[in-house]
Design a binder for this molecule. Structure first.
Ligand SMILES: [Mg+2]
Length: 427
């Protein structure tokens, strides 16, 4: 196009737009300055409640760090033979961030522990801030309080960050995984996490084969015993791996979770004994402060070492990777700082050749992050099978895998909305 013609058209367009109200320009995203006008006006936490029906059942727990004390160990597992119908109260907390732009960020369920942090510490600071400048908000919240770098405070930052990503998705009318550069796949594979299921020899074969029939190609089991249960418990834990491998054959990955309940000598004995059954990983063998034990275990076994649902920021992850402690990072976007922080953690992990397979406390954020990363970095997510049945009870669409994979939602943000008809009480 001739330069003069081009300039004339530009001028004509500019004069046409000059009289348009600023809000109209903003609506059509014609001004790069439009985002300056969006402000947070309120933050609310909603406690939703409903009465639900279910079947009575006994959950088999995993080993816990405190089980080294005999008086703190659980009673022996006993199955309910004839489970009765039961009624119970289901409660879930959700977070909304309101703006002057009529866009509202919605995220949840969130943990009850973060409610006082948000109400007492964060809300007042966030009112008036630009919700689209999430990186600025994250950094400011991280610097706002000396306890911000971990624990309940970082869990609260995570909830805020995730709700801000929902706002960003609604503003730009795109699912979060698109804003993050995805999707890298149309659906995300998830592994079946069997938390709560019986690990008794007479039960495991049927459970494991049932998950295979549902289409899961990987399943994680929770180890019941630790050093407080002596050699008998150790042998049970070893036999569990052997029996499960026999039950599922060679084409299903088996992972095991020790819930921070072991010490180094115990972990080495278990790992050496189960190497022939090639587990895909042993998870949280130790409490997170015991970095040296993770390093030594990794040096002494071919079983891959995983941990990370209790990472609270990128710097903790980097230290573990630099020390050569783990090859699988399980940071959880509900706890480690939200979508913003887990995305950074994925970048760090990729530089160390480690995988990030996020812990599945809640699937919304984790699903969008996995869907935006290379399958070599984030090959799959976690699906806590029993927990997730009804976890999204108050939502219009429940995330459920079909044949071991979850199809990506296509709505803006995370695509959450409530089914108001199910809410009996709302505070
Ligand atoms: Mg775990």
């Amino acid at each position: 196009m001739h330069r003069r013609t081009f300039l004339r058209r530009q001028l004509a367009t500019a004069s046409l737009l000059a009289w348009q109200p600023y809000e109209l320009l903003a609506r059509f995203r014609l001004s790069p300055y439009a985002i300056r006008d969006v402000k947070i006006t309120d933050i609310k936490i909603h406690r939703l409640q409903a009465t639900r029906q279910g079947k009575e059942r006994t959950r088999q727990g995993s080993v816990k760090p405190i089980h080294i004390y005999p008086d703190q160990q659980p009673a022996p597992y006993q199955k309910v033979e004839n489970p009765q119908d039961t009624t119970y109260t289901y409660t879930a907390h959700y977070l909304t961030i309101e703006t002057n732009d009529k866009i509202e960020g919605l995220y949840g369920p969130i943990d009850a522990e973060v409610v006082p942090v948000i109400n007492r510490q964060l809300t007042r600071f966030l009112i008036g801030k630009n919700p689209l400048a999430g990186e600025r908000i994250w950094d400011q919240l991280y610097r706002l309080n000396r306890h911000a770098r971990s624990g309940h405070y970082m869990m609260a930052i995570s909830a805020i960050d995730n709700a801000l990503w929902d706002i960003r998705g609604k503003y730009f009318e795109a699912p979060v995984y698109q804003l993050l550069g995805g999707p890298t796949r149309e659906s995300v594979p998830v592994y079946a996490s069997t938390l709560g299921r019986s690990v008794q020899p007479e039960d495991i074969q049927a459970t494991a084969q049932d998950f295979q029939k549902k289409g899961f190609t990987a399943q994680k089991w929770f180890i019941p015993y630790g050093s407080g249960n002596g050699n008998k418990g150790l042998q049970f834990n070893i036999d569990l791996v052997k029996q499960l491998r026999q039950a599922v054959g060679e084409n299903t990955d088996l992972m095991f979770d020790a819930f921070s309940g072991w010490d180094l000598p115990y972990a080495i004995r278990w790992a050496k004994a189960v190497e022939p059954f090639h587990p895909r990983w042993i998870e949280e063998a130790f409490l997170m402060e015991e970095l040296d034990s993770f390093v030594k275990l990794r040096q002494q076994t071919s079983v891959p070492i995983a941990t990370g649902e209790h990472f609270y920021n990128r710097w903790q992850v980097q230290r573990f990777l630099e020390a050569g402690a783990i090859s699988v990072v399980q940071a959880d976007p509900e706890w480690c700082g939200g979508v913003s922080e887990l995305t950074k953690i994925c970048t760090i992990a990729s530089a160390y050749g480690a995988q990030v397979i996020p812990h599945g406390h809640n699937l919304h954020a984790a699903l969008h992050i996995v869907a935006s990363q290379s399958p070599s970095v984030c090959p799959m997510g976690e699906f806590l099978y029993d927990k997730m049945q009804g976890y999204y009870y108050f939502e219009q669409e429940e995330l459920q895998p079909v044949n071991g994979s979850i199809t990506l939602p296509d709505k803006p943000g995370f695509g959450l909305s409530w089914d108001e008809s199910k809410i009996e009480e709302k505070e």
